[in-house]
Design a protein around this ligand. Sequence first.
Ligand code: 4NP
Length: 150
Amino acid sequence: MKILMVCLGNICRSPVAEGVMKSKAEEHNLNIIIDSAGTSGWHDGESPDKRSIANAAENGIDISRQKSRKVILSDFEEFDVLYAMDESNYNNLLNRSPEKYHYKIKMILDEVHPGENMSVPDPYYGNDGFQLVFDLLNEACEKIAQDLKQ
Ligand code: 4NP
């Protein structure tokens, strides 16, 4: 099982999703591979946003060693699921993916709020969204881990 977490910059939301999901995998003894990427490539090679690193650390998760990368075509073949953080990322992934892989592309909050089309809000331009991002992703990743245990 290979999971790719995807947002726009791969510096705020998807690094947290990767870190939280890795921690759940360890906690629940799941043998899965987790990575993250951005649709834009604007921050290629950069560490996660300082605010994301600090907030994740406050919640016991170290994301400081991750590096941003852009989604590439082979990701659609290589990963079993690509989780988009918001609707814009979701549509972007669908547009770039060969149609035979569309079934792999999901909104991550659909796991906990099915049918509501809920997005993880982009915290980049504000300061106070980071704990909300963490809480939403923690809930979604716990559900993903529980389902994989079945
Ligand atoms: P992310 O947040 O998609 O959660 O990593 C953003 C990071 C950077 C930008 C926008 C959103 N940006 O405009 O550079």
